[in-house]
Ligand binder design. Sequence first.
Ligand SMILES: [Zn+2]
Length: 173
Amino acid sequence: MNGPQIKLPPPVISNCRVLAYAVVDESVHWVDRQLLFRGDKSLGRVPRLAIGENIPNRIRDEVHIFHCDEHWEVLFDLEQESLEKAKARMERDYHGISEKWINANFSTEEVDAWIKEDEAQTIAEIGGLNCALCGRSYLDVDKMVSGKNGFVCGKCIEEAHALISASDKGDAA
Ligand SMILES: [Zn+2]
């Protein structure tokens, strides 16, 4: 291994497909303009920058500049009108960053796979996603309705609805 490995960004940051990213190394000069605040503190120099576009529909050219830590966790999200404007804006704050941008070139498949995996991980974290009534997995049903303490599948809701309508009409046995 030659020196410390740089962790690459994920294909998706904050629901945006990553278009370009940059590692802010020592050759980049950060200009302290004190313009970006996180809470009541100036954001300061960040080690990673990424530019992303909204998923799934790109309605406008608008992009997000994500100011990140080494793990690509977002510290600050700055919207800009286009990729070019985003890069120009960052050059004003980080002199020399223009030379550092790397095009991400993530494919739609990679982005989709990442979103799916992230979803699965979220579901695993909350202890699975099964219907509280019939026990079916979210993978086996069309709809899942979330409640405060769990989920109910669309099929059970339909059945419950049919049962209630039937008893309202006095048809129930
Ligand atoms: Zn169910």
